[in-house]
Design a protein around this ligand. Sequence first.
Ligand SMILES: C[S@@+](CC[C@H](N)C(=O)[O-])C[C@H]1O[C@@H](n2cnc3c(N)ncnc32)[C@H](O)[C@@H]1O
Length: 260
Amino acid sequence: MGLARWLRWHGCRVGRRLGYALLGASHLGRPRPSEIEKLLNAKIVGYPRNHAYRLRQGRMLPTFKLHDRLRAVTDLYPPAVESFLDVGCCRGYFVLDAARRPSCRLAVGIDVYEPFVLIANEVRQCLGANRAAFHLADLKSVAEQPRRFGGPFQVVLLLNAYHYLYWGSGLCADACPDHREILLRLSRVCAERVIFVARLEVDRLPDPLRKEAAASDRASDYTTARFLAAADEWFNVDVAGHVARDALLVMTKRKRNTDN
Ligand SMILES: C[S@@+](CC[C@H](N)C(=O)[O-])C[C@H]1O[C@@H](n2cnc3c(N)ncnc32)[C@H](O)[C@@H]1O
């Protein structure tokens, strides 16, 4: 890395840390979490560690990593988010943040792991986030009947979950090893743009999935190039930056080919 780039990178990082410190400072002096918040805070821990936040007097305080990821993706939201879907929403942080935006009439999170959906719903109730909803559902079910879930959605988030949709996971064995089919489903639930971060190369997959994928006859299909070629049928794809080592993509839905 050249000196100028190094300084820019560290400058940005210091700025982001400072922003986070100010957010923390804004919570200082506030009363402690209520009893119900304390109970919920005890549940909002564990895998995945980059989706951790705490509740305090009706506000969510994310870890630096989560705050930094939120900043990266919200920079890519339209000025007024009207409707929002998070696929693989985990404990609901991005959904609950979207639901707080005055322009947002509905923010929906789906996940296939029931404990995540239950805790996200408990947090929703605790915060009184009436414009948020969480469902135990996969992308296929929402794509089959988007209106049943309040879609199609202006903004769709798919962060760090694509490899599970493609290969399946310990939480949900249903795999769809076909970029075109997953992207068709995304195009059906999305009205405007998908914001996307994923590990799109076999050697970037987490263990033990990497070994399984490497041994599979689909391994040569699981590449960024193949993904982008498939996405081109429905979306204009732009690289907006990186989150850790993975590309942050904005996929804007094309006007033509609206359905299949
Ligand atoms: C690594 S976590 C990412 C969580 C969240 N998107 C984030 O970036 O903080 C992967 C999430 O995808 C969910 N997941 C796994 N397979 C899924 C599927 N087939 N459909 C929807 N969600 C799935 C998991 O339960 C988990 O919440």
